[in-house]
Design a binder for this molecule. Sequence first.
Ligand code: GLU
Length: 443
Amino acid sequence: MTVVTRFAPSPTGTLHVGNLRTALHNWLFARRHGGTFLLRIDDTDQARSEERFVESIRADLAWMGLIPDAEERQSARFDRYEARFAQLVADGRVYPAYETAQELELKRKVLLGRGLPPVYDRAALALTDAGRATLEAEGVRPHWRFRLDHDEAIAWEDMVRGPQRFEARLLSDPVVRRADGSWLYLLPSVIDDIDMGVTHVVRGEDHVSNTASQIQMFTALGGAVPGFAHEALLTGNEGKLSKRLGSLGIDHFRDVGIEPQALIALLARLGTSDPVEPFADPTPLIASFDFGRFGRAPARFDEAELAQLNARIVHQLDHAAVADRLPAGIDVAGWDAIRPNLSTVAEAADWWAVVQGPIAPPPVAEEDGDFLARARVVAAELDWSTDPWRTLTDALKVATGRKGKALFLPLRRALTGRDHGPDMAALLPLIGKDRALERLATG
Ligand code: GLU
């Protein structure tokens, strides 16, 4: 069996971190099994779907490196849905229902009031031809329900949740089409999954009860029932699905300097029993990807954890990978010197400004005045061709008897204007002799 997965967003907004995670898991699973990863644009709701969101979904996936093997669009398939729908109506698996929303709500309330599950009573199925004709003559347009087979218990082995079982009798026959002819998501999705050969449906656990109905739709349409993985949702730091998480998308991550590799490394493992590790290349994540390792508890998404992981990814990126985002002038040596100190690639510009100057060093402590004057003399006479920092500090150690922090910190301050930063051995050659002498003099 060739694995086929699909990521099926509705283009009614931009992707948030939860969607990105679902997309990633579909991609990882397909890659792990040498399969195919589809992007399916669920745009049956033509009033709410917008082309700019389709474009942003494509761009976000591309930024993450999750390139779909093919793209499908539901809006291009209305004829197909119509044909399969007609078949289900002819087979008696889809039937017209005429209740208004208010009538349905009233029925629900009555059942709940009696302590019964609020399952649709199938009154529409009991209508006679004459009854239907009367309603139609009054101008009532029906919506359409899928008739569940009550004799069949619905069961599947969920790749994340384990064995699942639903009693069809306890489910309402789902509405699949509205009175205005528009589609609800359930049926087109099943038609597509069959036609596109989808073998595994990977989505959030908010779809579990949809799956119960959809399994019977697969069978009614003569399709093979795919495997299912329903993932626990993400929560924010506060422990619940926060508004913030729902609005965190690629634009935000890019703005704060998150690399796609960091987002992938975190989202691939979050909620699993495997450690989150800073993989700059997804190969090990693909090789170890397994739904059996995901827990059922909600996974906590922590931006601070992402930021830390990002720093560890940045430390691994080579010059070629970031060159187009660096200020002109940072060459391989410059990048290698600065890189270990960065949390984001953008911060390289700060350190480059330190290298190039001008800098504003803090006032020199009284006890360091003579020491720095001495440093300038030594630095002026130094051979700068190999490891000037080592040569400078060795000479000053001998000349002044200083060592450790007393030796290094005043030099770092005078040369960079800061107390912390990249390794001075790497930084000093970039600052160069002229600037160093100038800084030691003003220091
Ligand atoms: N368009 C649906 C959604 O975004 C797809 C769900 C599915 O993966 O089947 O919820």
